[in-house]
Design a protein around this ligand. Sequence first.
Ligand code: 5GP
Ligand code: ZN
Length: 113
Amino acid sequence: MNDCLFCKIIKGDIPSTKIYEDEYVYAFADIAPQAPFHAVIVPKIHICCADEINSENSIYIAKIFEAIAKISKKENLENGYRVVNNCGTDGGQTVGHLHFHLLARRYLAWPPG
Ligand code: 5GP
Ligand code: ZN
């Protein structure tokens, strides 16, 4: 996917501030943080969105949530955090590579609006 912003970030063609990386997952600081701690966590394969998760690629979702638990410990997010996935136009997705937002270090109101 030559055109995909997050594929370029994973490859290192576009610079990012790395927060965590393993064989399956890359996590980096969001360029427009919505909380004092805001990571974007992506699978290292191009999956467009939550709607494209299936039995062939769902291992990446498990690995993303394993990574979140590791990041939480490393970053001392013991007060809690929110994991957000925006899917499609009405979901507010602006980058077409599946990603989860990890937001922390402030109180996050619910419902989000
Ligand atoms: P979405 O709106 O699709 O759920 O989230 C996309 C996120 O990617 C946004 O929070 C936006 O700030 C972030 N983002 C967009 N372009 C870049 C970029 O070039 N670098 C980084 N680090 N984050 C980006
Ligand atoms: Zn991609």
